[in-house]
Write a protein of this length. Structure first.
Length: 263
């Protein structure tokens, strides 16, 4: 579906069901250089099991018009305005990587509106290697290769796709390759500049799920463990043989964790 936010057309997947603001709503927020397609499996499952789903493309990503937002707090405020535009008063937010940072900031800014929080491959800070930032600016295809190499666990690069005949590395490269010029670079700059994560974490009071890939080198499990320990009553789940791209590497296990949390 398309929604107008800040005067711009925004695309949000609804899991194949008509949008119904009266149902309990889950917003799925993608990470840097990614889009709504990361959430196809959980979006469809929850949409067909009593939930309202919004999986938007952030401004300047995927099918959404720009301009691209330049800071994580600005993206969090945009998510709240997305809820306003959709007529949703309260929602759970699930975010991956940069999307998790956005979810944290949104929950801290509007605790009365965020019912639950799912943080996947997320920490209270999102540092980005300088080589990756510069590559995203000067040579995007090289940046896509670097990001893919660091994101996927070793087992995922060796026939690790759960769909027979599909190439995990090639799929990740193709997904990143859909970015408009400069998109990934701006996302990386926003991640590197994000400095209010610890303050946001301290304000979280809603039920929270922290899910990590046990072999994630971009957001190592110890960061997720510490994050879960910091948020009172949170649930920690580590997916074995999985790197940073949980939705591609361990889609069924990721969905099972989300189903258990929201169930």
């Amino acid at each position: 579906m398309h929604i107008i936010v800040d005067g711009h057309k925004v695309y949000a997947a609804t899991g194949g069901k008509a949008f119904d603001a009266a149902k309990p709503t889950i917003v799925f927020v993608h990470g840097a250089g990614l889009d709504h397609t990361n959430w196809q499996l959980p979006a469809r499952w929850f949409a067909w099991h009593g939930f309202n789903v919004l999986a938007p493309d952030l401004p300047g990503h995927g099918r959404s018009e720009g301009p691209q937002l330049e800071t994580v707090p600005a993206m969090a405020q945009w998510v709240l305005r997305l809820l306003d535009a959709a007529g949703v008063e309260k929602a759970a937010i699930v975010g991956h990587s940069m999307g998790g940072a956005i979810a944290l900031e949104a929950a801290a800014a509007a605790p009365q509106r965020v019912t639950k929080l799912g943080l996947l491959g997320t920490g209270p800070a999102t540092p980005v290697n300088d080589a990756l930032i510069n590559s995203a600016r000067d040579n995007p295809p090289a940046a896509y290769a670097l990001m893919t190499g660091w994101s996927l666990a070793a087992s995922s690069k060796l026939g690790g796709n759960p769909v027979p005949g599909m190439w995990m590395t090639g799929g990740c490269l193709a997904l990143l390759g859909r970015n408009a010029p400069g998109t990934l670079h701006k996302d990386f700059l926003a991640c590197a500049a994000w400095s209010t994560g610890a303050d946001a974490v301290a304000k979280i009071t809603c039920p929270t799920l922290v899910m990590v890939g046990a072999n994630d080198v971009m957001t190592p499990p110890k960061i997720g463990q510490k994050l879960a320990q910091t948020i009172p009553g949170s649930r920690y789940v580590a997916l074995p043989d999985c790197g940073h791209m949980l939705f591609s590497e361990s889609p069924d296990a990721m969905l099972d964790g989300l189903k258990s949390f929201f169930g």
